[in-house]
Design a protein around this ligand. Structure first.
Ligand code: GTP
Ligand code: MG
Length: 306
C-alpha cells in the first residue's frame, strides 16, 4: 500500500503488513542424531541429503506460507557443541527441542536431562518451547514410550516457557512449526523486550570479560617491565580498600588525597594489588606527576611506556 505526501510516494505499513515483516528466530536443539538438520530440510521443502553431524551453529532463513520470515539456528547436538547453544538463548524468539523417545535408556535419560537444563535457562523464560518427539532409533531402541508418558516422566517444572509436546509425524512436519510460529507471534512484543534486555546483560558480561582479560594482560606487561616474576599473584581489593592501598603506595595517608583521574586509574587496574603497587612505584619514580590523559587501558599502556 502506498500514499502520496509532498509529491513523494511512501510505503504505508498496515496492521497486516506489520505481521508480514516480522522475522522470528527459532533455536533448533536436541542431542546429536535427534534429526534436527533433517527436520530443517523438511521445513524448507528441500530434498533429504545425506546429512553430516552439524558443527557449531548453522543458520538458515526461509518463509513460512509467505506470512513470516523464519531464521532457524540449527546447532550441533554432540557434547562438544552443546556449550555453544547458550550463546543463542538471548537472541532466539522460541525453541524447538527434538527428543528421540525410542532411544535406548541411557541416551533417553541424557536427552531428558538436557531438555530440563535447557528449558530452565533464564534467557529462555517466557519463550515458546516446542518439544518434538521422534522415534528414530527404530528396532535398536524402545518404541513403546508415549509422548504423554515421556512428558510426565520429564516433569519440567523449573520453567515459565509456554510448552507444547508433539509427536513428529512423517509428512506433517510443518504442523508443530505452525504452533511455534503462531504462539511466538502472539507474544512478539514481550519476547522482543526480553531479547533486548537479555542482550544488554550479555553485552555487559562480554565487556566485563574483555576488561578482565585486558587487565590481566596489562598486569603481565607491568610485571615484565618491572622484572617481577610472580605474575599470578593478583590479589583483588574492594574499591575503597584498593584506593586506600594505592594512596598509601604513593605516600598519602588515605584515598581522600586521590583525585578523579587517580581513582579512575585504580578502577582500570581492577583494584589489583600488584597493578596498583607497580603503577604507584612508576608514578613515584616520575615525581608523582598526576598529569593523566588516560581514557582507557591503551592510554595507560602508552603513559607507562608499555
Ligand atoms: N528414517 C529416518 N531417519 C532420519 C530422520 N531424521 C533423521 N534421520 C537420520 O538420522 C541421522 C541424524 O540426522 P540429523 O538430522 O543429521 O541429526 P542432527 O540432530 O542434526 O545431528 P547433529 O547435527 O549431530 O546434532 C541421519 O542419518 C538422518 O538421515 C527421519 O525422520 N527418518
Ligand atoms: Mg545437524
Amino acid at each position: 500500500m502506498l500514499c502520496c505526501k509532498n509529491n513523494k510516494v511512501h510505503p504505508v505499513v498496515t496492521a497486516n503488513d506489520s505481521l508480514t515483516t516480522r522475522a522470528i528466530t527459532i533455536l533448533l536443539v536436541g542431542i546429536e542424531d535427534s534429526g534436527k538438520s533433517t527436520l530443517l530440510l523438511r521445513w524448507q521443502d528441500k530434498q533429504m541429503a545425506n546429512s553430516k553431524p552439524t558443527k557449531g551453529v548453522r543458520p538458515s532463513t526461509f518463509c513460512l506460507d509467505d506470512s513470516c520470515k523464519i531464521k532457524v539456528l540449527d546447532v550441533g547436538g554432540s557434547k562438544d557443541f552443546r556449550s555453544v547453544w547458550k550463546n543463542h538463548f538471548h537472541t532466539c524468539h522460541c525453541v524447538c527441542f527434538l527428543l528421540d523417545i525410542s532411544s535406548p535408556d541411557a541416551r533417553y535419560r541424557e536427552s531428558l536431562e538436557v531438555l530440563r537444563e535447557t528449558s530452565s535457562h533464564s534467557f529462555l523464560q517466557g519463550k515458546p518451547f516446542l518439544v518434538l518427539c521422534t522415534s528414530l532409533s527404530g528396532e535398536n531402541g524402545i518404541s513403546q514410550r508415549s509422548v504423554e508418558e515421556v512428558r510426565q516422566e520429564c516433569s519440567v517444572t523449573n520453567t515459565s516457557c509456554p510448552m507444547q509436546w508433539s509427536k513428529l509425524s512423517p509428512g506433517r512436519e510443518k504442523e508443530p512449526l505452525h504452533w511455534l510460529v503462531k504462539t511466538t507471534l502472539s507474544k512478539f512484543e514481550v519476547i522482543e523486550a526480553k531479547r533486548k534486555s537479555d542482550g544488554d546483560i550479555v553485552k555487559i558480561e562480554r565487556e566485563k570479560k574483555r576488561d578482565e582479560k585486558e587487565i590481566k594482560s596489562l598486569l603481565s606487561s607491568l610485571c615484565k617491565a618491572f622484572e617481577v616474576n610472580n605474575v599470578t599473584k593478583t590479589d583483588v581489593f574492594t574499591v575503597s580498600d584498593g584506593e586506600d592501598f594505592f594512596a598509601q603506595e604513593l605516600g598519602y595517608p588515605d584515598s581522600s588525597s586521590l583525585d578523579g583521574d587517580m581513582r579512575y586509574l585504580c578502577s582500570m587496574l581492577g583494584y589489583q594489588k600488584y597493578g596498583l603497587m607497580i603503577v604507584a612505584k612508576r608514578l613515584q619514580r616520575e615525581g608523582g606527576s598526576a598529569e593523566f590523559e588516560i581514557r582507557n587501558l591503551k592510554d595507560l599502556r602508552h603513559r607507562l611506556h608499555l
